[in-house]
Design a protein around this ligand. Structure first.
Ligand SMILES: [Zn+2]
Length: 197
């Protein structure tokens, strides 16, 4: 077995990068580019930053999310005692192209992230994007893309099993079309965080 330690380089300008502990997003002190650290190397990453809705209060942090776009194709399902109720309650089924929001920072309490992931996925937020982190720190991103994709699929399954009636059979394809990183502003609360979008 051999161990090769490679110097991490900025994906834009090639300058050496220093890795903050466990952060998967590495910032270049030379050109300011954020690179994603994955599979032992750095690569360019598609990311955006959302502005806080309330501009008068500075956000404490910008929390990283993976935004997973996937095509959900259900070929077969069997539900006992229900299924129609979902329509009556006005909720749509998750079919076709869906956008999943997955909180990617383990500094966020799970009580927060579990709720956000479902809420943001069901009610897609309307965001104003800004070019840089304004009046708030960038939170360390600890989750890799593969874990985010698994979590997105899990959200789909959780949503399906919450349909009234018992889900007995489900055959589906979960095809990921794109993944990107989105930072959402948040405020600190007595326990955990509140999103500012
Ligand atoms: Zn650079």
């Amino acid at each position: 077995m051999s161990l090769i330690l490679q110097q991490l380089k900025c994906s834009a300008c090639g300058a050496p990068l220093k890795s903050k502990e466990r952060d998967r997003m590495l910032i270049c002190s030379h050109c300011g580019t954020l690179s994603l650290f994955a599979e032992g190397r750095t690569c360019p990453v598609d990311f955006s930053i959302a502005a806080p809705k309330t501009e008068s209060i500075d956000p404490a942090v910008y929390i990283p999310f993976w935004v997973v776009e996937a095509d959900v194709a259900v070929s077969h399902e069997k539900i006992s005692g229900g299924g129609i109720s979902r329509k009556i309650s006005g909720k749509d089924r998750m079919r076709g192209m869906q956008t999943f929001y997955i909180c990617a920072a383990d500094a966020v309490p799970e009580e927060n992230s579990r709720v956000w992931n479902m809420e943001l996925t069901i009610n897609q937020p309307e965001l104003t994007l800004i070019p840089e982190f304004k009046n708030g720190e960038r939170m360390v991103m600890t989750m890799d893309k593969e874990t985010a994709v698994n979590n997105a699929e899990f959200i789909f399954l959780r949503y399906e099993t919450e349909i009234p009636g018992t889900l007995q059979e489900l055959d589906y394809d979960f095809r990921v079309k794109s993944t990107k990183v989105l930072y959402l502003p948040a405020y600190k609360k007595s326990s955990g965080y509140q999103l500012g979008v």
